[in-house]
Design a protein around this ligand. Sequence first.
Ligand SMILES: [Zn+2]
Length: 381
Amino acid sequence: MERKIPSFIKIYESLISIPTISSHNKLLDQTNKNFIDLLSNYLSDLNFSIKINQVPDTNKFNMLASIGSGDGGLLLSGHSDTVDFDENTWTKDPFTLTEIDNKFYGLGTVDMKGFFAFLLEVLSSINSKKIKKPIYILSTANEETDMSGAKYFMTSSIIRPDCIIIGEPTSLELINAHKGHISYSIQVVGSTGHSSNPDDGVNSIEIMHNIIENLISLKKYLKQKYENKKFSVPYPTMNLSSIHGGDAINRICSLCTLNIEIRPIPGLTLTQIEILIQEKLQSIIQKWSNRIILKKLYSAVPAYQCCKNKNVTKIVEKLCSLNSKTANYCTEAPFFKKIAPTLILGPGSIRQAHQPDEYLDSSFIQPTINVFNKIIHKFCC
Ligand SMILES: [Zn+2]
């Protein structure tokens, strides 16, 4: 059969060469339009139909490509964006795929633009006459910031495949549950004065001390109340991440800010966390009414567990000779839950994600192609 698209390496190179950085810093944030266009071109060369949708209020785009018709089928998903990079710590060009000692270096090689090169490689070898159920390829925007691409897809998509697989770098392990993430900034606005007379001001550090006591009590409560032994850290965690306050030694501290994060396990919802935080801090907030500002930071991701009554996990486990596991990092899976049972499985290690000199170990290449070949055939051919 004549090959309709360039070689795996050529495609891999081209995907890495287009910067698609997502950042909360507007100066670093980039559109993913060129990447989506390139990916769409490869897929339309393989006879896929392409839909590109702009994510509302952004300059970013989601792409859904499909081939085959009817109900069910398989959706393979990856995010099109990467994190930003620190040029002082990278020793290679982040946008040039560089192979040294069986490692392929570049920003997004594992997390996760590289995944699309694998999919294209597998898809280019499939005889389209054998396709009985639809194959969907989804590329989302803004996964690394607010997951707005996945959230928009969830609300706007009408397709209902039998299974979704997100190709995040799991070292080709099958992940069917992961923790969530929510973070807060707590600001205490006291009032300053000379330290020689405490009654001249309101010391924000002292109020923050009370807040921290209550948060630590909540941290203990979460650990006692919730448990899931499938996780390496089998309970919801809370981290007091940073604290800033005060300046001169002889001045009452007026402003103190604390940032915290909580990582829930499945069964503890984001709403429950919000309620617990409010309850725990209620008495302090009441006492100091307008001096405490509680703000959610970034966008929260719920914990995820693939619904058990669907046996999709078992099918993929058996097919790939894998036992499903859990992960401590977040993915877009909670937002795809309503569309179809979602699993996470992909090439490369999460240890290289978001790191300088990100790379894919070449030992993943052939096994990944084999695994996705099997999966696509099982669900769609
Ligand atoms: Zn990722």
